[in-house]
Design a protein around this ligand. Structure first.
Ligand code: AKG
Length: 250
């Protein structure tokens, strides 16, 4: 992570990485997404959420440890960070699967989603990597946040939480297909209603420090025999990584 990115991540609570996904990966992932939507009972529905996406296709397992985001995760979560959960959202128009309320924030303190800096070192409880699978333009909607709110000492005002009526302190975060948005879940953030002409397609990979878990259903390396040793290490269940532990895949 370079000096500029460190500064921006700390200042804003998020960072965008252009071209985090190669055109070849993007094309393959979008093909798999097309197939997943076609298999749904109602493919014409306005919004779909697919959980546990590592099970769907090897292309999603390849994103577990992507060189373009690895350095940032190491720095903000520790070198032994782990993957906590994954999902894919497809929104054709309007509200997404979780609605349009801003959530997260530094207050009250949450042991799984904190953000702090001590002695020049960033520490965070849960960091999301959201990959745009399609372009997101300035008026389209999608991810929005309140930059800096991950360090606020006060709770975010309830009256400003509804994104259908956007407050001026909220920023729309845009970017072409292939862009990754990395954000701490301590940031106040949410999903703007989708107004784009094409679908919004976003895959989320959420990572935690070695001993921390947000999800009760984190992925287990034993379910995926094709993982590299490094990917297996990232799927190790939450623990303090003490030397005498068993690292046999579960
Ligand atoms: O990009 C989005 O839709 C927001 C995601 C979100 O709210 C979350 O990750 O908690």
């Amino acid at each position: 992570m370079n000096e500029e990115d460190r500064y921006l991540f700390d200042l804003q609570g998020y960072l965008t990485i252009p071209d985090a996904l190669s055109p070849t990966s993007l094309e393959r992932i979008n093909q798999v997404v097309d197939e997943a939507i076609a298999q749904e009972t109602d493919p014409e529905m306005c919004t779909h959420r697919f959980g546990r996406i590592l099970e769907r296709d090897a292309v999603f397992r390849e994103l577990i440890d992507l060189p373009s985001v690895h350095d940032v995760l190491m720095e903000v979560l520790g070198s032994d960070f782990r993957l906590d959960h994954t999902y894919l959202d497809v929104i054709r128009s309007g509200d997404g699967p979780i609605g349009t309320m801003l959530h997260g924030g530094a207050v009250p303190f949450r042991s799984s989603e904190y953000y702090t800096v001590q002695n020049g070192q960033i520490h965070s409880g849960l960091v999301a990597v959201a990959f745009n699978l399609k372009d997101v333009g300035p008026e389209d909607g999608g991810f929005a946040c309140v930059p800096g709110s991950h360090k606020s000492s006060f709770a975010f005002p309830g009256a400003w939480k509804q994104l259908a009526d956007i407050h001026p302190c909220v920023r729309r975060v845009t970017g072409p297909a292939g862009t990754a948005i990395l954000f701490t879940e301590a940031l106040v953030h949410g999903t703007l209603p989708w107004r784009g002409t094409d679908e919004r397609r976003t895959v989320f990979y959420k990572y935690s420090p070695a001993a921390v878990s947000w999800s009760a259903e984190y992925p287990l390396a034993g379910d995926y025999p094709d993982l590299t040793p490094q990917q297996r290490a990232i799927l190790e269940p939450p623990n303090a990584r003490y030397r005498s532990r068993s690292t046999a895949p579960r």
